[in-house]
Ligand binder design. Structure first.
Ligand SMILES: *Cc1c(COP(=O)(O)O)cnc(C)c1O
Length: 213
């Protein structure tokens, strides 16, 4: 867990217009509470079951905002809609259609980022660019979702230059689609992501250290 001074140093190096998401998966609620005490309001989780007890332990922190960043299974959609303000990892047309339908039933309007896969990567899901463009009119007609941006994760095999190119491509695609947010950059590449036009960086280990859960 980083100190307040180290946290301030990171915050000071993040430009205006870029928001910090603290990815707390694998860490206990006390660590989240500590970072909240530093002034951090946005937290990311990647598993619904892990997040629920932690959220309950923190329900006195009424300014906290929760972001879902993990692979979202169909059968978890209702739970995620109920528990989270943002979903960064919407990776298919059928999934966003389901989110729209269930959001209506739950009378919610989650903020949605579409995960895009701009390079071949067997480890990762996401819309291929051509599929996203083809489905675009269907996607924007969906109710009860607030489409705010794109999210991407570079393949592990890329070097720094290749990652920067990928981040710029994600930014260009978001601009083309008139979406403000680009959620990209993690502990090892967040500075490149900011240069490439990120508006959300997602930091886990840099803030919390090694995972504990
Ligand atoms: C775990 C995770 C992060 C944070 O990763 P670090 O390398 O620990 O900063 C960011 N985004 C997603 C989608 C994650 O699953």
């Amino acid at each position: 867990m980083i100190s307040l001074n180290e946290f301030k140093k990171i915050k000071d190096s993040i430009p205006l217009g870029v928001s910090l998401l603290a990815v707390s998966k694998g860490h206990h609620s006390e660590s989240i509470r500590k970072l909240f005490g530093y002034g951090q309001l946005d937290f990311g989780e990647s598993r619904l079951q892990e997040s629920i007890p932690k959220k309950n332990e923190l329900n006195d922190l009424n300014k906290i905002r929760w972001h879902f960043v993990g692979k979202l299974q169909k059968n978890k959609v209702r739970g995620v809609i109920k528990e989270f303000d943002f979903i960064h990892s919407v990776d298919s047309l059928s999934l966003i259609e389901r989110i729209s339908r269930i959001s209506k039933e739950e009378q919610k309007t989650p903020k949605i980022l579409l995960q895009v896969k701009l390079r071949e990567d067997p480890q990762k899901g996401g819309f291929l660019k051509q599929d996203l463009l083809k489905s675009w009119s269907q996607i924007i007609s969906l109710k009860n979702i607030h489409l705010v941006g794109l999210m991407t994760i570079p393949p592990l095999s890329l070097n720094a230059v290749q990652r920067k190119d990928l981040f710029c491509e994600c930014r260009d695609l978001a601009n083309q689609l008139e979406l403000r947010e680009c959620s990209m950059g993690m502990s090892n590449d967040w500075e490149e992501a900011i240069e490439g036009g990120a508006t959300w960086i997602r930091l886990g280990s840099l803030l919390f250290g090694k995972r504990q859960i």
